[in-house]
Ligand binder design. Sequence first.
Ligand SMILES: [Zn+2]
Length: 473
Amino acid sequence: MSFILKQASSTTWDRTPSTDAIVDVRIEDGVIVEIGPDLARRPGESIYDVGGDILAPGLHDHHIHLRALAAVESSVVVGPPEIQSLDELSERLRRASVRLLPGQWIRGIGYHEKVAGDLDRWVLDRLVPNRPIRIQHATGALWMLNSKAIEACGIGHDAPVGAERGPDGVLTGRFWREDDWLGGRLPRTSHDFTALSQQAASRGVTGITEATPGATDAEVAGFVHAIESNTLVQRIHMMVEPEVTDPVSPLISLGPTKIVLDDLALPPFDELVDRITEVHDRGRPVAVHCVTRTQGVITIAALEQVGCRRGDRIEHGSILGPESMAQIAALGITMVTQPGFVATRGDRFLRDVPAPSQPDLWRLGTLLEAGITVAGSTDAPFGDPDPWMAIKAACTRRSLTGQVVGAGEAIDLETAIGLFLGEAANPGRQRRIALGAPADLCVVAAESWSAGSHVEPWVRATFVAGRPVYTAP
Ligand SMILES: [Zn+2]
């Protein structure tokens, strides 16, 4: 497939020393093969008229959880304030049910007893008799399943300790703090990425790093299937366990191994060193989840002892003292941050984080000043999936109520967009509109950047590997 993008305005996004001229860009087999004024159309070639708008590399979200995002987006809220009574609950579940195919699950979230008292399998069987349903309590500590769901998961004598039983020994369908166990029993094929993938394409997103820990060959195969069946249109860079084998899919690449440090209990230092060494020995970099000051310190120390490998990264780095900056820069660790949390959680940070620690919260500008490679991400569904929201927050550092969190950490728009323009495996290297580069591109209306509305871009089209995946209506 070959086509020409006509009349593209060169962009301030890619900092190539090109001109401000309007150019044409020829795409062949997913790659940029020619850039120049007035390219002649060849037989069979189609034309996409950019019309002087901005042509830029597509955004790459460097840390996201696709299956969790799909689950959240396909969930129904079954608790207050939206749902207040048994009648409202019943109506909401009925409407959710008619949208689904036979056998598909309903996933409810946010339940509270204020709505209709304690829910068990018998109550749920009356509300939803014909398909499996699972409902999560608002606290997150309890799942409630109906009989179809218990049956679909094959739960019997092997039910874990958190599975509640009635006086007769029969499972009540209530499972306390058994997320991991239940997760292993739930059908794996129930994720439909179509809506979230299209949404991302409409925002100019052409690539995603899937950051869920523990991914094995089975998860990789699931994403290969999603791409082949065209429900997922972006490139996927996957964090995987070290032994996972390379998939034969041009749109999927394998990345680091995720190491999650428990928020409450730290592993012994030697254990962390051994784990990093083991992953490195298998040829993969590590991505270590660090959300407390101590986690950051121990991770940096462990990486210093083992020796950094290209691609080693720290996820979040939510609290980092000034003393850590030089070490991170010297070791060459990439920091993968979520500027959007400053907006969505900023008010809570200002209230809950002790004042002396506030300058160390969600650093951004000072990381870049220290010469550290920084990559941007949304961490959806824990953060808002819109990278433009994160870009805006990186520039303003404003919370939802308008309070500023760490004014000194704000960066300019071009740099903020640049956080999403790095290569998946090497975020420090910016992708460009250049000969031989993959045609992962987006077209953004030129007028998006005027009149102060410059962080509400109107994405007009998105291409992944030279294939149009989104065109604005
Ligand atoms: Zn995450």
